[in-house]
Design a protein around this ligand. Structure first.
Ligand code: AMP
Length: 176
């Protein structure tokens, strides 16, 4: 079995959650298998080994789970991208549009320094809105986007197209 096949067999699909029409990809069964989690993180880190990643930025909240493991594999620091009001120290923020209204994400001001190469990670790529806002936040503080990686990518929502202007290095293991 390939890693993608193993992950497909493990990740659970929940129809109509949190609202009708959404096929929610539930990674909790994957978290029960920590060896498979470690294997997943290794595979996500591998394409970035020679790309000079200085920091991995994980997006709240499921992006934290594999983000730390990926940073460990790349032997670099990890930083959290959080919803506004959650981080205790001085922050820098980025607002982005949702289907209705807008949202804001934050990062600690000292998380990334000028010129550092940042790998953006989240568990799943859907429309790409969250990852795009993260890329904008990183560029705002003078960081460079080294790429993006996701355990799962939903094709058909054009998430990749929204991220392409920031980096061509977009990696995912499971595609639906
Ligand atoms: P987007 O900004 O549209 O790419 O959405 C990505 C964020 O929403 C990620 O943090 C995902 O965890 C979550 N998400 C969006 N759609 C789904 C889905 N179908 N199943 C699980 N998580 C999802």
């Amino acid at each position: 079995m390939t890693l993608e096949e193993k992950l497909k067999a493990t990740i659970r699909n929940i129809p109509d959650f949190p609202e009708p029409g959404i096929q929610f990809k539930d990674i909790t069964p994957l978290l029960s298998d920590t060896r498979l989690c470690a294997q997943t993180a290794k595979a996500l880190a591998e394409p970035f080994k020679e790309r000079g990643v200085d920091v991995v930025a994980g997006v709240e909240s499921r992006g934290f789970l594999f983000g730390v493991l990926i940073a460990y594999e790349l032997d670099c620091p990890f930083t959290m991208i959080r919803k506004s009001g959650k981080l205790p120290y001085k922050t820098v923020a980025q607002t982005y549009d949702l289907e209705y209204g807008s949202a804001s994400i934050e990062m600690h001001i000292d998380a990334i320094s000028e010129g550092q190469r940042v790998l953006i990670h989240d568990d799943l790529l859907a429309t790409g809105g969250t990852a795009k806002a993260t890329a904008e936040l990183i560029e705002k503080v003078g960081g460079k986007v080294a790429g993006f990686n996701f355990v799962v990518a939903l094709s058909g929502l054009n998430g990749q197209d929204r991220l392409q202007p920031y980096s061509d290095n977009i990696v995912s293991i499971v595609k639906y």
